[in-house]
Design a protein around this ligand. Structure first.
Ligand SMILES: Cc1cc2nc3c(=O)[nH]c(=O)nc-3n(C[C@H](O)[C@H](O)[C@H](O)COP(=O)(O)O)c2cc1C
Length: 246
């Protein structure tokens, strides 16, 4: 269709990287592109911490559940929702910031994700590969300590960036009709779409693992959602100064 649509549709996470560093020029282009993502009322409520020091990456790799890509990537970007700067701006105006709303938390988290995804696309357009690292949320208290993350800021996820050292296949997504609803929410189409996607995923795994894995998407979701994940999160966020009183 066009180069950008092609790039987006070729996306695949990269988990093994060449030693080659990411230049300062590339890093700056990536972050500038991230900054041009739309942002709620221009609040720009995020920060990104670029980690290149081997020791820090190794520690973060362990915290993320021993993910080798975190230790081995040339640069790990830690994307943080950040309302602290907004509070500083309010203070400059002598205004006390209202920060205890769920809405503010959503705004900051959404802004962070939009910026990060712009960064991902910019990186891929430069021939780099990326993988998000939600594993950092396994132990956010320790990540917060390690990166000296202040109040009203929290790391949402990491992102390994580097030159790909392997080719991985494009992972099939749900059929478009599962996620694209016309005019109103279409409940009826979902079961059929799931049926189709379960088959697609089973075939994908069978081929990719030479017959060793044959799970369906529904099976994977059953595994993922049958128990709570990271249920310390609310307490941690409150410790960081985020409040959900209203
Ligand atoms: C917020 C977020 C967190 C993720 N965390 C991890 C992670 O900790 N480790 C990992 O290997 N992949 C992680 N991923 C990558 C996803 O597994 C991957 O995007 C998904 O399976 C689709 O595959 P693809 O990116 O190759 O198309 C994460 C993705 C997102 C968006």
């Amino acid at each position: 269709m066009n180069d950008i649509v092609d790039l987006l549709q070729r996306h695949r996470s990269i988990r093994q990287f060449k030693q080659e560093p990411v230049s300062e020029e590339a890093l700056e282009a990536i972050v500038r592109s991230a900054q041009m993502a739309s942002t709620s009322s221009n609040v720009q409520a995020y920060s990104v911490i670029a980690v290149t020091r081997a020791e820090t990456k190794r520690a973060l790799s362990v915290l993320a559940g021993n993910q080798r890509s975190v230790a081995e990537c040339p640069v790990l970007l830690v994307w943080c929702a950040d309302l602290r700067r907004n509070r500083l701006a309010c203070e400059r105006e002598g205004v006390e910031m209202v920060s205890d709303t769920m809405e503010n938390f959503i705004v900051a988290t959404v802004d962070t994700a939009l910026a990060a995804q712009n960064a991902a696309i910019a990186a891929e357009s430069l021939g780099l590969g990326i993988v998000y690292v939600g594993g950092l949320r396994n132990d956010l208290r320790e990540v917060t300590r390690l990166l000296d993350v202040p109040e009203l800021v929290y790391p949402v996820f990491g992102m390994c960036v580097g030159y790909p050292d392997h080719e991985s296949s494009v992972r099939p997504r749900l059929p478009v009709r599962a996620v694209l609803h016309r005019e109103s929410y279409d409940r009826a189409g979902q079961q059929e779409a799931l049926e189709e996607y379960d088959q697609t995923t089973r075939d994908y795994y069978l081929e990719r693992t030479k017959g060793k894995r044959a799970t369906t998407w529904s099976q994977d979701m059953g595994e993922k959602f049958k128990r709570p994940a990271r249920d310390y999160m609310r307490t941690y966020l409150e410790e960081q100064g985020f409040r959900f009183d209203r």
